[in-house]
Design a protein. Sequence first.
Length: 546
Amino acid sequence: MIKHSNNLFGKDSLAFATAKRSLSFFCLYYLQDIFRVKPDNDRRELSQVHYDIWDLLERMFIKNEIHKANIVVPRGCSKTTTCDLALTLYLHCFKISKFTVIGAKKEDDAYQFIGSVRTQLEENPYIVKTFGNLINAKKFTVNKQEIELTNKTCIKAVSSGSSQRGINWNGVRPTTFIADDFQDKNDVLTPQSREKKWKDWNDEVEELGDTAVFREGKLIKAPTKIISIGTILHSSCLISRLINMKDYITLLRSAIKLDPGKTIEELLDEGLWGECKKVTFDLKRENGIEEGYQFYLEHKEEMDFPILWEDKWDRYYDLALKYWQNRNSFMQEKMNDASKIGEKWFKSNQVQPKEEIEANIFKKTMLCVDCASTDTRRSDYFAFIVGSLSDNDFKYVRKGELLKIDARTEFDRYIKHVIDLLKEFPNITHIYIEKNTFNGVDAGKIEKEIMNDPDLSYRNIEIINEMQRKNKNQKISTITDSVNNGRVIFCAKRVQPEALEQLMDFSGQETSLHDDFVDCLSEFCNRIDDIEVVHKLEFMDIKKLF
């Protein structure tokens, strides 16, 4: 109720009354420094998708039409700000939610969110003018995980890794739960991990709140409102399953608005965009990406297509280039399309007996080593490949191994294995070692061992030790055709079955449990063409000329 006709922005003002009836007005007035373009800021013009999100949330909390929502929009669409921050502030300024819990992917994300909420409540002049001082750290709990407001409501942030079972505030169960990017890539790697995430959601999130209260058929108290916000990571991931739940209202959007029946491949891999792709990745061009962009600008009117957020994304750099460089990630994070996520990249592999392979004449031979990291579950193997380029221009993996070596405690075992491989294959002239794990210490040790070994010191073996900074999916994609077409051949006896299984299971870095062998294979296939072998100069006996 407005007490004074001239009370436009203060307590019980016209702004207060309007915002209570409209979340979008609350955002555009009370959070105007976040959502509105002004001469003194660098904000972007909002897209229709942001208004669609606010409309859905109004149906939940103002009209009370729905109680569960699944907001599936592209990464980079400001969904955390548009939904989490804006909605939480709205709910607690108006005391619509007594106890709101925000579930973030990581603990640091949870703390950062609480910090953003506190900043707005303490420093936003529009909120303070209308709602007063809602933060009093001397009388109420205010820390990096929880804020008790002076209007007797509470906001708490938790990480997805922590248990949500039994969460309450002064005996009050959550009245609103917002899960923001509640799943990560580790939650979708295997069927077991996906099932666990789904079970945790049903056992904990679905049970953390309270049910509705009805009296004589009238809703007295709404049930706990549950909102999931995220992107699709797999066809059976948490977000995908929530889309199919009838009690969830889903808002699903993609960064590129495709015409009905048209595919992303038809749009970006064919026609003018297909020509642009060839220019971009032409190895003969020193500045392919810049030249590809110029090609786009020259044909911009013909190549442009409708997108979700016009003021956010450049069609070439932010969409097309990202799609070409890493299709899986693009389909997950920008298109919310899981139809081909998890599809195996390698359809076949050519295997030959050892004797048949060794009968070839090899022009070049190298050893490639992919060292295991010590802090992730994907890179827990050392991969070793001895590969050769034959005079028929086929590439042969003469030996392929995956070994469990603890990088911290079995360093000497790793060095010895490299030396043993050099002795087993006398025509190895180059060693490639990824530098990320040991930062060159292993390369130095191997070089020393070679110099001190009477059988190796005369061989002039070159060690290539470089940091791995290339996009892994893009690098591996360059060898799929060669492997599938049988131009990379594997030794039946000396390539471990586990290594070939890892190769055939690869479906992209994000959805593959292991990528050690295939990553090492891509290094061999891409480097063997470029290495130069310096042959020994042999002197002929001049007497043989007479």
